[in-house]
Design a protein around this ligand. Sequence first.
Ligand SMILES: [Zn+2]
Ligand SMILES: [Zn+2]
Length: 253
Amino acid sequence: MSHLGNWLWNGLRALPDLLYVPKCAFCATRMPPGSKTPLCPICRTRYEDEKEATCPACGGRMSDCLCTPPDLPSCGVHRMVKLFRYLPASDEVSAQMIYHLKHKNLITLQRFLADELAKPLSGLVEQPEEWVITYPPRSVSAKRRDGFDHAAALAKALAKGLGCAYLPTLVREGHAGIEQKRLSRTARLTAAKENYTVRQGLFLGGKRVVLVDDVMTTGATLVASARLLRKAGAKEVVFAVLALTPSKKSYRE
Ligand SMILES: [Zn+2]
Ligand SMILES: [Zn+2]
């Protein structure tokens, strides 16, 4: 190859790296091309510290146990994976990751968070063919705004990581318009019940289900969804969320 040819060839080979510069999902530091993690080493350490949060039910490390929150309404779910507390608008690395997860379709972040959920789940999901991974769909307006459903993306990545089937099971009626976060707990439970239905013809006979979401606040959405999935024949439903929003009642700081 001529000198000019070499120069051109090297330039072309470097193009993908020049076009795509991975940045830390928290501090936006530039990271080496091809980085598989969404966090730089400093933010990664901070994130690991945030995962030391205390479980509101057993007092152990939240990311190690399978407790459900003590005030969760009954829905036949007794096991739950959760990784950290959600303190929105805080300067916590995990809160920022959830923000990015909701609003940007970043595959590296989705894979990283799905792998984080897969670690505690892998002990539970011994026979992947018995399990399906599903999610409560976002509101039609939120999906339209961001162009994707982050819970669906997380569920898909988790299913791949665990070797289970990914199965959309629920549909969300578009009548909402009311923002969930403005509603009281009771109103949320009612709204959630009215909002979700199972897909037509869905039968989960004998299957175990992992229901994935980013954050559990009152639990209304997950509880309503779990009841529907059990009605559709699920043998067991397990919750897997990235974070719990601390409530005064159930949390010790
Ligand atoms: Zn960083
Ligand atoms: Zn616990």
